[in-house]
Design a protein around this ligand. Sequence first.
Ligand code: ADP
Ligand code: MG
Length: 316
Amino acid sequence: MADYVIEIENLVKRYKELVALDHLNLSVKEGEVFGLLGPNGSGKTTAINCILALLQFDKGSVKVFGQEMQPDSYEIKRQIGVVLQNVAVFEELTVQENIDYFCGLYIGKKDKRRQYVEDAIVFSGLEDFRKFYPKKLSGGLLRRLNIACGIAHKPKLIILDEPTVAVDPQSRNRILEGIQRLNQEGATIIYTSHYMEEVEQICTRIAILDRGRCVASGTKEELKAMIKTGEKIHLEAWELRPEQLEEIRRLRHVYQVDYREGMLEIRCSGGKHNLVHILDYMTQQEIGFGRVYAELPTLNDVFLEITGKELRDSAE
Ligand code: ADP
Ligand code: MG
């Protein structure tokens, strides 16, 4: 048996001249919540459509549960639940009927299906809306219905493509918690997002995509250990002189100092007690300071160091 649920090797997908996936490599192990993090246009949806054999690719290979995926690999497809980026439900069916329809594609037995549909309704918190038609649902509830339709048949592998875009905070938390619950119940999850906070919150392993390439992958700790920034210190200070900035730049572990509008941002590579050393210096120089805080690197810092771009800015 394969320990990998998904193995992608050297995947290339072009749309005419545009190279959407450029020799993409990734593998997902059973039991993971695997995050595909990347700005809009980095190739997340294209990768998912290739995994599902919904799209023909130019080069490379995709294996799901150890087998090459083909458009007619129905046995594999029944074990996959997909929640696409664009909500796809029937307007003329109610919430319950929609879930029943999608579940019915995989689960023939009526009793079993009734139970599965009920589980999906409870899971998504749609109990009070089962008789509603989609157009009466808020954006967040519609997303939750979209998810319920994708997971009702209790698949082993669940792929969710940006399920929280344009969703209110309450529904968003519910969705994120739900994904973790599905994982605890045994499903392997692939989750795409351009929100690094979400990916950090729920994913056990992360691949960072940029222009169709995987620029880094690992646990969030591994990703953060790849970069130079170990800690960022912010300090509100007035009238720092250029020679003082130069001295701060020469303190141990400090490798970058930015001073703008009274805010000093100091990037340190590793080391401990960086903040103490900096405050010692400020005291010794009798420099007054206001707000002070230190933060650990974020996935944005990882993206920034590797690609030279901000994840936030490059996502529209
Ligand atoms: P993401 O899901 O990360 O936002 P996509 O996979 O949707 O990225 O898109 C990757 C790149 O491929 C983008 O530059 C996008 O404009 C382009 N693209 C996506 N779908 C098509 C298509 N059907 N035809 C032409 N170009 C496309
Ligand atoms: Mg997309």
